[in-house]
Design a protein around this ligand. Structure first.
Ligand SMILES: Nc1ncnc2c1ncn2[C@@H]1O[C@H](COP(=O)(O)OP(=O)(O)OP(=O)(O)O)[C@@H](O)[C@H]1O
Ligand SMILES: [Mg+2]
Length: 140
């Protein structure tokens, strides 16, 4: 999925505590050419990396209100040149752009995860279908 993302894309990650949201972003960032070590932004809320595009990694788990995200200048998070990953983004649903990918990770057992990927709008859905087909020949 990382390889197919481009500037302006927003990926919202939800799911159980410790299900692998940060690990997913690490993989996507790797595919996006990020050389730096991607670490959880839980405490700092936002980290940025240079890759094929500007990569913004947000974790809103510790935000106590939506106002904190607004204070961060959240509109800049969704800049057209940035690829934004937002962990626990479902908690700030009303602030998210409509055009977004959603990745939900659920812990099935210690060694198994169920990952559901959705696209919120028609154009993104077509791109998502393309990504899946290209990588795994999954017909969508
Ligand atoms: N696919 C995987 N295979 C094996 N271990 C994994 C996998 N995904 C995550 N882990 C391990 O699970 C732990 C939690 O992963 P991670 O930090 O990515 O989860 P998270 O959903 O971001 O957690 P949080 O809810 O705290 O943000 C880490 O120790 C990580 O190494
Ligand atoms: Mg995390």
């Amino acid at each position: 999925m990382g390889a197919a993302l481009r500037g302006g894309d927003v990926v919202v990650l939800s799911g159980d505590l410790g299900a692998g949201k940060t690990t997913f972003v690490q993989g996507a960032a790797d595919a996006l050419g990020v050389r730096a070590n991607v670490t959880s932004p839980s405490f700092v809320l936002v980290r940025e990396y240079a890759g094929r595009a500007r990569i913004v990694h947000v974790d809103v788990y510790r935000l106590s209100s939506l106002q904190e995200l607004i204070d961060l200048g959240y509109e800049e998070l969704f800049a057209p040149d940035a690829i934004t990953f937002i962990e626990w983004g479902d908690a700030v649903d009303e602030l998210l752009p409509d055009a977004r990918f959603e990745v939900d990770l659920r812990t099935e057992s210690e060694a198994e995860r169920r990952i559901t990927v959705r696209a919120r709008d028609e154009a993104l859905r077509a791109r998502l279908a393309g990504m899946l087909f290209e990588r795994w020949a999954v017909p969508v």
